[in-house]
Ligand binder design. Structure first.
Ligand code: URA
Length: 433
């Protein structure tokens, strides 16, 4: 078999066979296929697409390229949740403790920030002492003992996806349904979950910018899940606006804790509680309505907050952060970004906001950059709200004073004002099962 022929076949719009897909994945992983040929094939897939069968085969081959984690030692139905990525998306930090408090085991492997989007693992590392690199044995033991563990993906979880993702990132081949669906689902299959709730983000802060593409992506992933024996559902949620008010690692952890205290922003609570209820439903806890009431009880009783405290303690963190936010890293420079005119915020370019937060230090500009956990942006006003001239729209936090002007410039591009109040949009846009 020759890689040249596989590229040519896909370039001309034909369906690839199982052997051809396996040849590509194994050859690219063992370095016998060079980056330039892999790039050419990815671009051909990007332009010509892949049908359902090919996408399932690609997912399977990528999942099998590394470790397949076995969670069978943990009793109960293991339900996982995955977000396609957004700005201010801290739902895992809210729903993980809720779901665990309701008796469904949460064995969550999460990722780091990608492009303009944040990652759960970077956020958790903002908690002093929190260890996201626990061993497989400790991960399983913690889930058995306290019902929850959240760790970074091990180096050998779907390594083919890791290599291919890095290449897609630099060859303009990220935003393709088959490639995103196989990338996400390969990691889900390898990480051992039996049932999966997908949070497919849509809008300017998401990889999929419009609802139609997001629904197609959701459908593709649900089908992969079902075809591989993992019951999968997807909720398509709004990402045309940051989720919650906080963007940046410590700020987001604090906001998640506030939400577990039932004092968080309405949008974050709504999306997190919806996803938590879907996870409980998949875990066999009853109807969606009943599961929603279990979620509310877990929050109102303080059980979910206590679960968060126990999770932090068990993974080496200081549980006192729950009530003492001064224990989080603090930024040296705090700047108020004020509105130059009066009006209503009519849109927020959410990917640009993600970049502004990254510039302040909350994300990585290169793979080697280190994260400033104190950096980020807190929004006092968001889309739909009225602002007066000179009123503070956002507070910026950073240790890099020299970056404030650049971040403010990005916010100026991102936040658009109009005279009329824009129509309010729903946060939950579709449900696919
Ligand atoms: N997240 C992933 O893991 N993969 C993609 O391709 C896009 C988002």
């Amino acid at each position: 078999m020759r890689m040249y022929d596989i590229i040519e076949k896909k370039r001309d719009g034909f369906e690839l066979s199982s052997d051809e897909i396996d040849f590509f994945i194994s050859g690219y992983c063992n370095d016998s296929i060079p980056d330039y040929q892999a790039s050419a094939l990815l671009m051909a897939i990007f332009l010509k697409g892949m049908n359902e069968r090919e996408t399932a085969l690609l997912t399977h081959a990528m999942a099998q390229s590394g470790d397949m984690i076995d969670l069978s030692e943990i009793d109960g139905i293991k339900v996982d949740k995955h977000s396609t990525g957004g700005v201010g998306d801290k739902t895992t930090l809210v729903l993980g403790p809720i779901v665990a408090a309701c008796g469904i085991p949460v064995a969550k492997m999460s990722g780091r920030g990608l492009g303009h989007t944040g990652g759960t693992i970077d956020k958790l590392e903002a908690i002093p002492g929190f260890n996201t690199g626990i061993t497989r044995e400790n991960f399983i033991r913690n889930v058995k003992e306290i019902g929850i563990a959240i760790a970074g993906q091990t180096g050998n979880l779907a390594p083919a996806d890791k290599k291919i993702y890095a290449l897609r990132d630099v060859t303009a081949t990220v935003n393709n349904t088959a490639l995103i669906a196989s990338s996400i689902m390969s990691k889900k299959l390898a990480s051992g979950a039996q049932r999966i709730v997908l949070d497919v983000k849509t809008g300017s802060g998401a990889f999929m910018k419009n609802l139609e593409d997001s629904v197609k992506l959701a459908q593709a992933m649900v089908r992969i899940g079902e075809n591989t024996g993992r019951h999968t559902v997807a909720v398509v949620t709004e990402m045309d606006i940051p989720l919650g008010k906080a963007v940046g690692n410590s700020l987001e952890i604090i906001e998640a804790i506030e939400t577990l205290k039932n004092k968080g922003p309405r949008d974050l609570a709504q999306v997190s509680f919806e996803l938590a209820a879907r996870m409980l439903e998949l875990g066999g806890k009853g109807s969606f309505e009943h599961c929603s009431s279990l979620v509310r009880h877990a929050v109102e009783s303080g059980e979910a907050l206590e679960k968060m405290a126990v999770l932090i303690e068990k993974q080496g963190g200081n549980r006192a952060v729950i009530n003492d936010y001064s224990l989080f890293p603090r930024a040296k420079y705090i700047f108020e970004y004020k509105s130059e005119t009066a009006g209503h915020i009519c849109s927020m370019k959410t990917d640009t906001i993600g970049v502004a937060s990254l510039v302040l230090g909350a994300g990585r500009e290169t793979k080697e950059s280190s994260i400033d956990y104190a950096a980020g942006i807190y929004f006092h006003k968001k889309t739909g709200e009225k602002v007066e001239k000179g009123e503070v729209i956002a507070t910026l936090y950073t240790n890099r004073e020299e970056k404030l002007a650049e971040a403010c410039g990005l916010l100026k591009q991102a936040v658009e004002l109009s005279d009329a109040r824009p129509e309010e949009k729903p946060l939950i846009l579709a449900y696919i099962d």
